[in-house]
Write a protein that binds this ligand. Structure first.
Ligand code: 7RM
Length: 631
């Protein structure tokens, strides 16, 4: 790929060009890929009536770019290196040739089971090679994948399946996660009790635990692949056909199905991967995310494979068999680039140096961070203890909706600064606005982070509800994409993301809507009302704090709390369980009956001296109760 910036001048030139002549800037990058038919119109856009199209009229298949193109000249190069949960189990190396064959074969299995171009396929799997194969097989035949993170509950799976009417579900019998055995198929079975659109379930064997297999609906992966060949020509797709749906939490209601389209997403993830990680042929790149999140989609699968890179997939968790597992993997596979989340860094910091001091981490050249703000202490530990002071840290800011990295330093090119994502990538035009939407000019300022010009990887719509997409992202500030994040621009023009300014909390790098957690708590018997806010948490970044009003007060508080946690686990999944539950007799409300979240946040965060005026509340006396009842 001929679009790697190598010097500060390259970055400045690229940035300049991307602003002055965005169409030619992106056209030159896109030309590096294989198009079955060239595009007719590079860019059309309107942020007011939300219409964005890139490479209109262009025809391509993303798997031809991620697989066939590399099989031609380097069939034996590893595409995916898979490290199992149990370090004693064999590693799997899938070369480009092998991955290509397995994707084509499974693509034929999908066809045989009735999947057609444009159909939705739900994928609920652990981090095994079959997950990547399933994703790419969908793309091969033009089916739209909807990967659901393996930690979500049956209820969450069925909500997502029903929202986009998935025809097929791909899962495994079970999953290995540290010392635990997770029942995947059982959860899918529960989910499917209420999913009329699903006609087939394809089950890959991982744990060989007993599971139910329903005649006519459920089939084994291993049996199906014997019935087909490994020849499957890539389906000819339009650049603006949907590639996938990925559900993400917002400040209101149920999670939204973010839709990304093929051409723009491919060009953007490849461009950002090659530059932000300064990838060179032969490098071993390891991103620790789960493919159930956008980071896994863009920077384990599509970005790296589009660039012909070698990407690692790790099945397990950072603390199994012990807290040195990441460092063992880096040593074992001679990893050059390591990309993880601040929550993992903070957690591993806490285990002490015995887990890394005797390990050979000398292969590392570049470190990445993603998902939440990285605090200075964690930044310095990562830089010194893991990178031995020689590896630049690229703190990458982006979102499910942006498709790829937006603001990040280019390693060895951009000056780094702890806790700063630094500068926008070429093609990205950030702007800070005040609450009224006025642009905040100059440096040394703070505001709401918006983007004022389209980029190829951006969200196109939310599945089944274009109005909701418009309303959520393009109507807070006229003519701008609003990120939901607060942001500082320092004296040098460097950007630092300060966190969400809406009712979304970021727990261990996972996005959780407070409204969703409240709805789950409210489903618990005896709960009258609840309010959920975030508060600072040493390891998770933010924790979930729930204020709950119960019908009766004669309950066993500890038991009731545990029951509520179970209800939340069942409704959403364990990741949404509150860290703190406080039973209260009321919630602070305005005279119009709105919950004053600001006060709840201040109490949960222990910021009592900045509570502000509480006298206008309908029930000012409740504030003392909240404070007194807090541990
Ligand atoms: C990639 C991803 C998006 C939200 C986003 C931010 C926060 C992500 C950083 C960050 C500070 C970062 N997608 N966020 N990266 N905050 N510095 N480098 O995480 O859709 O799941 O979350 O995550 O608040 O809006 S996401």
């Amino acid at each position: 790929m001929n679009f790697q910036m190598k010097t500060w001048e390259d970055y400045q030139d690229a940035y300049q060009k991307s602003i002055e002549d965005p169409e030619n800037f992106w056209a030159e990058i896109a030309q590096e890929f294989k198009w079955i038919k060239p595009w007719k119109k590079l860019l059309e856009w309107d942020f007011n009536d939300l219409q964005v199209s890139w490479f209109k009229g262009g025809k391509l298949n993303i798997t031809e770019n991620c697989l066939d193109r590399h099989v031609e000249h380097k069939p034996e190069q590893p595409a995916i290196i898979w490290e199992p949960n149990d370090p004693n189990e064999d590693v799997q190396v899938l070369t480009y040739k092998v991955l290509h064959d397995r994707v084509c074969r499974f693509a034929n299995v999908l066809k045989m089971n009735g999947v057609e171009k444009g159909d939705r396929v739900c994928i609920y799997m652990p981090m095994i090679p079959e997950l990547a194969i399933a994703v790419l097989a969908c793309a091969r035949i033009g089916a739209i994948h909807s990967v659901v993170f393996g930690g979500f509950s049956a209820q969450s799976i069925s909500d997502r399946i029903n929202d986009s009417a998935c025809k097929v579900v791909i899962t495994t019998d079970g999953a290995h996660r540290g010392a635990k055995l997770i029942p995947m198929k059982d959860t899918v079975d529960d989910a499917l009790m209420n999913c009329p659109s699903v006609k087939k379930v394809i089950v890959s064997t991982r744990t060989r635990t007993p599971i139910s297999m329903i005649k006519g609906r459920d089939v084994w992966w291993e049996e199906e692949i014997k019935k087909v060949t490994n020849e499957c020509p890539p389906e000819v797709m339009d650049a603006e056909d949907p590639l996938f749906i990925l559900y993400t939490s917002g400040s209101t209601g149920k999670p939204k199905g973010v839709v990304h389209t093929i051409g723009g997403y491919m060009v953007y993830t490849a461009y950002t991967f090659l530059n932000v990680f300064q990838y060179h042929p032969g490098d071993i790149y390891f991103c620790t995310a789960d493919i159930g999140w956008i980071t896994g989609h863009s920077y384990i699968i599509y970005g790296p494979l589009a660039c012909g890179a070698t990407t690692m997939m790790f099945e397990g968790i950072p603390t199994y068999p012990d807290a040195g597992r990441f460092w063992d993997i880096i040593e074992k596979h001679r990893v050059n680039t390591f990309y993880t989340a601040p929550t993992a860094i903070r957690s591993l910091m806490g285990f002490g140096d015995e887990y890394y001091k005797d390990k050979d981490l000398s292969s590392l050249r570049i470190l990445g961070s993603v998902g939440e703000p990285i605090n200075e202490e964690a930044w310095h530990w990562y830089h010194q203890e893991i990178g031995k002071g020689n590896c630049p840290i690229t703190d990458t800011w982006w979102q499910t909706e942006t498709g790829g990295i937006m603001i990040a330093p280019l390693p060895n090119i951009t000056k780094t600064k702890p806790s700063f994502a630094t500068l926008p990538l070429p093609g990205i035009q950030p702007i800070l606005v005040d609450d009224q939407g006025n642009e905040i000019d100059g440096n040394g300022v703070n505001g709401n982070l918006c983007i004022k010009f389209p980029w190829p990887g951006m969200i196109r719509t939310t599945w089944g509800d274009h109005e909701r997409c418009k309303k959520t992202y393009f109507s807070a500030y006229k003519g701008l994409y609003f990120t939901g994040d607060g942001c500082q621009r320092d004296e040098d023009g460097f950007y630092r993301i300060t966190g969400r300014v809406d009712d979304v909390i970021n727990v261990s790098g996972h996005r959780i809507g407070t409204a969703e957690v409240e709805n789950a708590i409210n489903m618990h018997t005896g709960v009258v009302e609840s309010a959920v806010v975030g508060y600072p948490h040493d390891i998770k970044g933010q924790g979930i704090y729930a204020y709950v009003i119960l019908e009766k007060s004669d309950h066993d508080a500890e038991l009731t709390k545990r029951d509520i946690l179970m209800t939340v686990s069942r409704i959403i999944g364990p990741i949404a369980k509150p860290d703190e539950i406080q039973f209260v007799s009321g919630l602070p409300k305005t005279r119009s009956g709105k919950i004053m979240r600001r006060i709840l946040r201040k109490v949960a965060c222990n910021e009592l001296d900045t509570l502000g005026d509480t006298s206008t509340l309908l029930n000012p006396e409740i504030v003392d109760e909240l404070i007194a009842g807090k541990k």
